[in-house]
Design a protein around this ligand. Structure first.
Ligand SMILES: *Cc1c(COP(=O)(O)O)cnc(C)c1O
Length: 427
């Protein structure tokens, strides 16, 4: 299935029923799986055989959907998590632990910024943030002897900067560490980070992949390309025996293709238990079946709204990499040639107060802490998702206090533009 184009994988990937089996992915609504002998089940616990014994670790419904996402990204293995937050935490913590250091783009989702700068810092993982357009010297200076990975977002939520994946991958690899890319906003339909050198991809499937505001979820995909054993001293968790799993050495036993996701499942899912419910995986798969069709419309609507806003006298600036004047236009053309996404950020003349009037006058676009839904929604990050950040941090992350983030849904673009137009008149 991996040889097919993303459009075909969206529809048919991950699950291939045999004769007489259900056409749609079955929801395996069972916490446990039965075995005839203890010996048979023991092999699963020893990671000697693959199979199911407890849904906290693995469930067939989840695995079908994880396999589809892995195929879409062109990776070798994938896993679902209960949320995008869990996916990013698992991807980071599977490599970096107490005493380690990571390098991250400062232009990332607010939840991930908190995860890294507050919670993971408490766990002893230090981070140096660099701007997505930092100089080569700044990027080089960010690395330390104990740096274990580099992290960024293809299209940052909500700043809408475009991450130069190839450049950051080369820097990471020069230092013998992997690049993790959160590909939530682009989706594999828009960009496949592995083609540009990324090693691991994460998703909040809550966004476009689900696409209907129905189920919170996340995913982690491994490219299978990073050679852990070539830098074994940096990655003891993957390259030395795991005492909590009968002394298995993941990189040796499961190779480049399987080590990362197997360790992530066997250790982190076992201990943190952030599973996606099989029901949610089923809903996610329904979203994935139309992802390629929906993304095209989200991108068209985003482009049309961005162009309209950029011509409007009450709008100060518009951030959308599909606009030729945008600082990220060139990177957008390189990494997102078929369009970026449906999310447009813009600053109104009159800042926070104007944003408030504008948003309260919208009829179609609802005020929501959400993006990437079939229904258009909008948000003022400074007073909601990013309210933990100081004004200085907001500025550094490219999110001024008066910024409005609008997620264009699947409605007719003329209706959206008419709604935006009348709300702008109200300011
Ligand atoms: C929403 C989001 C997350 C967090 O995902 P949840 O599913 O809400 O936990 C992470 N990264 C990006 C880019 C997001 O947009």
């Amino acid at each position: 299935m991996s040889n097919y184009r993303p459009e075909t994988i969206c529809v048919q990937g991950g699950y291939t029923p045999g004769s007489g089996e259900p056409r749609q992915i079955p929801i395996i609504q069972s916490t446990t799986f039965k075995y005839a002998t203890s010996e048979e089940m023991g092999k699963l616990f020893d990671l000697e055989a693959s199979g199911y014994f407890y849904t906290r670790l693995q469930n067939p419904t989840n695995d079908y959907v994880a396999a589809k996402i892995a195929q879409l990204e062109g990776g070798t293995a994938g896993m679902l998590t209960s949320s995008g937050q869990a996916a990013n935490f698992f991807a980071l913590f599977n490599i970096a632990s107490c005493g380690d250091h990571i390098v991250a783009s400062s232009s990332i989702y607010g939840g991930t910024f908190n995860l890294i700068s507050v919670t993971m810092a408490k766990m002893g993982v230090a981070c140096t943030f660099v701007g997505p357009t930092c100089t080569d010297e700044e990027l080089e200076r960010a690395f330390r002897p104990n740096t274990k990975l580099v992290f960024g977002e293809t299209i940052a939520n909500p700043a809408l900067t475009v991450f130069d994946i190839e450049r950051f991958a080369k820097a990471a690899h020069r230092h013998g560490v992997p690049l993790i890319v959160d590909n939530t906003f682009a989706t594999p339909v828009g960009c496949r980070p592995f083609q540009w050198g990324a090693d691991i991809v994460t998703h909040s499937t809550t966004k476009y992949m689900d696409g209907h505001g129905a189920a919170v979820g996340g995913a982690v995909v491994d490219s299978g390309k990073f050679d852990w054993l070539a830098h074994a001293e940096k990655f003891p968790g993957l390259c030395t025996p795991d005492d909590s799993y009968h002394g298995v050495t993941y990189a040796e036993k499961f190779g480049r293709e399987g080590a990362f996701i197997t360790k992530c499942t066997a250790q982190l899912m076992r201990d943190f238990g952030s599973i996606q419910a099989p029901q949610h995986a089923f809903l996610l798969n329904l979203g994935l079946e139309s992802l390629h069709v929906r993304m095209a419309r989200h991108c068209e609507n985003g482009q049309a709204v961005a162009e309209f806003l950029s011509r409007h006298p009450k709008v100060e600036t518009v951030h959308y990499c599909g606009l030729p004047g945008d600082p990220y236009y060139a990177l957008g053309q390189k990494y997102l040639p078929h369009g970026s996404c449906g999310v447009v950020s813009f600053e109104l003349k009159g800042g926070r107060a104007a944003a408030e009037v504008f948003m309260s006058n919208l009829k179609l676009a609802a005020i929501e802490t959400h993006v990437a839904d079939a229904r258009t929604c909008c948000l003022n990050p400074a007073t909601s998702t990013h309210r933990q950040m100081t004004d200085a941090q907001l500025q550094e992350a490219g999110i001024p206090a008066g910024l409005v983030r609008m997620s264009c849904g699947l409605e007719h673009q003329d209706d959206l533009i008419e709604d935006i137009s009348q709300a702008l008149e109200a300011i």
